[in-house]
Design a protein around this ligand. Structure first.
Ligand SMILES: [Zn+2]
Length: 632
């Protein structure tokens, strides 16, 4: 994650508070967060937090990182990120205006041990910065996320001159974005996307609606959609909450590409002529609950796709989402809409190899540390730096600490290589999208995987212990209790399992009952649960080589609850008999199969054995209160 401590001796600043998005294997998790425990242990040494830009992988962990820091530690960001941070922290009840400081590019201010100067870089969201950190021990350059856009649509160009200037001043260490180091050449300008988008929208004139999907945070692109809509005489409509969030934040900061008031509402969009509207939607990654994937499944309440729609895919498929995205696009196509996935409808916000090399050549740092990318990319970027003439490069993993010990002169740190100073043992934290946050074991990641792949078996066992005297249900015959074994009523339910049309359940049922019957009558409930659990696991392995989660809950058989249920059943049966045979005077005895003999004596007077057999004969009997097991 982007969450890095940089310091001089024992005084540090924290750069960014980012999160990662989990992949499919982290079931039910929505965010991966930095180790806030480790940050808390360092909080006395952390003098400030600075944010480079407003992407989630740079600000998303703030609601967890801020409480880990000292309550007075200041937070610095430029205007647009600060608007989004404010909104987010207010949601979490964590906004504290006194701590928050907004800077402008090229401002110089003290940040812990450094004099900090944020510098303008271009990227796929407005108002991004790199950082120059000057200290008596040498200068550090952190690029932030960047590309060189020579003609950005907001006119805020990449500040190449400041890189040249700091290069001349001397840079001890540079850290640079490695995301696209494997891609040769240079990124294309956002302006190129703007013109193609305009072209595509114009090409659909008088043919119906245009729908474009893009990242909500990419306000440059959103601005291009508006420009395309304007040129084609269409009104723009947002479908997806986060689109409004980013535009509002930019509007408050005075950098929005257009006013939110120029948008039409979904209701107005439905009223309008399809030739005169254009939709921008979220869901470019096929996310389950986002609007375009919902519409593709015909499940969106906001809009329905029609065969006159043109759907423009103006985003990148993030690796890992390929299947989801293609499934979505296939469904859209299947609904008759025209789909366009022209690669010119997107450009990356991260520099390609030639741009990375150019900046290395301009800055000529003494040491180079690649950041922001997979480990393989970092290694490749370090090699690129070596080729560009940087002698000392290093690659570190999460938790590793890198530093230099001695200085040669006032502007450079060390003539030798940087050294690994140790590794902090960090753990990833997970958040489930709500209140649940914890490490892998606290969030039960292993259990989640088992549940997803092997399913779950839940077994309820009502344990009946034979008393010294047993009354046979058939006729009041009294016999001494010869058997010393338990009896159990077993109910089994499964989720997420193949049960072979019930045959597997029947086998598990037989095995569990046999397991209970084999136990001595004085066995504890824990022993019953353990024994039945073992049998169920064995049965699942035998039947289908599965190792599901198994939960066994054993209860002492509760005679009174059983009796009440039984009495109710008897009363119901009586009422039915009364209806079919005509009204009977209250309290009169009813004729039974053997004449006047009482068939259903008061249940409370029945011996337990009888009650159990009645319950066993009634498979629809309800679970007793207090049971947290769900029955099918
Ligand atoms: Zn970014």
């Amino acid at each position: 994650m982007n969450c890095m401590l940089v310091g001089v001796r024992d005084r540090y600043i924290l750069i960014d508070a980012g999160l990662m998005f989990p992949d499919f294997s982290d079931l039910g998790m929505q965010k991966i967060l930095p180790d806030t425990g480790a940050l808390a242990a360092w909080k006395d040494k952390i003098e400030a937090l600075i944010i480079t830009h407003a992407h989630e992988d740079h600000i998303g962990a703030l609601p967890w990182v801020l409480p880990a820091l000292d309550p007075k530690t200041p937070v610095y960001a430029s205007g647009f990120p600060m608007q989004l941070i404010k909104r987010r922290l207010q949601e979490y009840g964590l906004w504290d205006a006194k701590r928050m400081h907004t800077f402008r590019m090229r401002d110089r201010f003290q940040l812990g041990p450094f004099e900090c100067e944020p510098i303008r870089v271009t990227h796929s969201i407005p108002d991004c910065c790199g950082l120059i950190l000057r200290s008596d021990e040498g200068n550090i350059v952190h690029t932030g996320d960047w590309k060189i856009d020579e003609s950005p649509v907001d006119g805020q160009t990449f500040d190449r001159s400041v890189f040249e200037q700091i290069g001349k001043e001397g840079v001890a260490l540079m850290m640079s974005d490695s995301t696209n180091v494997l891609t040769p050449g240079r990124t294309k300008s956002e302006r190129g996307v703007r013109s193609l988008l305009g072209h595509k929208v114009e090409g659909h004139n008088h043919k119906g609606r245009v729908i474009a999907t893009m990242f909500a945070s990419n306000l440059h692109r959103i601005g291009s959609a508006k420009a395309a809509a304007d040129a084609a005489g269409r009104k723009l409509c947002f479908i997806g909450m986060s689109l409004e969030t980013y535009l509002e934040a930019a509007h408050k900061e005075g950098i929005a590409p257009f006013s939110p008031r120029e948008l039409i509402s979904p209701a107005q969009m439905h009223e309008a002529n399809p030739d005169e509207v254009m939709l921008v939607t979220t869901g470019s990654q096929g996310e389950d609950r986002a609007q375009l994937p919902l519409a593709a499944r015909q499940a969106s309440r906001q809009f329905k796709l029609t065969e006159n729609d043109l759907v423009l895919y103006s985003a990148k498929i993030i690796p890992g989402n390929d299947n989801k995205v293609m499934t979505m696009m296939n469904s859209i196509s299947g609904l008759g809409a025209k789909v366009c996935m022209d690669r010119g409808l997107h450009t990356s916000g991260h520099a390609y190899r030639d741009e990375l090399e150019e900046i290395l050549q301009i800055v000529k740092p003494q040491h180079f540390l690649p950041v922001h990318g997979e480990y393989a990319f970092l290694t490749e970027h370090a090699e690129l730096a070596q080729e560009a003439g940087v002698r000392s490069t290093s690659v570190i993993r999460n938790g590793q600490m890198l530093g230099v010990a001695s200085r040669r002169n006032g502007k450079t740190l060390s003539s030798g290589s940087m050294a690994h100073l140790g590794t902090a043992s960090l753990q990833l934290l997970y958040n489930d999208g709500n209140n649940g946050t914890g490490n892998g074991s606290e969030m039960a990641l292993d259990e989640r995987t088992t549940l997803a792949t092997d399913g779950i078996v839940i077994v309820a066992v009502d344990v009946f212990r034979p008393t010294s005297v047993m009354v046979q249900a058939t006729g009041g015959e009294v016999a001494s209790n010869r058997g010393q074994q338990l009896m159990g009523k077993v109910r089994i339910t499964t989720r997420g399992m193949w049960v072979d049309e019930g045959r597997m359940l029947a086998q598990l049922h037989k095995m569990s009952e046999a397991a209970v019957a084999a136990l001595p009558s004085e066995s504890s409930l824990a022993a019953v649960e353990e024994r039945v659990g073992r049998e169920i696991r064995r049965g699942c392995r035998q039947y289908n080589q599965k190792t599901p989660e198994v939960i066994v809950i054993a209860h002492e058989y509760d005679a009174r609850a059983g009796a009440a249920a039984n009495a109710a059943a008897v009363r119901k049966a009586d009422a039915q008999t009364a209806r079919t045979q005509g009204a009977q005077p209250k309290g009169s005895s009813r004729p039974g199969p053997k004449g006047n003999q009482k068939l259903a004596p008061d249940a409370e007077q029945l011996p337990q054995q009888v009650l159990i057999e009645r319950e066993l004969a009634n498979p629809r009997s309800k679970p007793r209160a207090g049971s947290n097991t769900e029955y099918p």
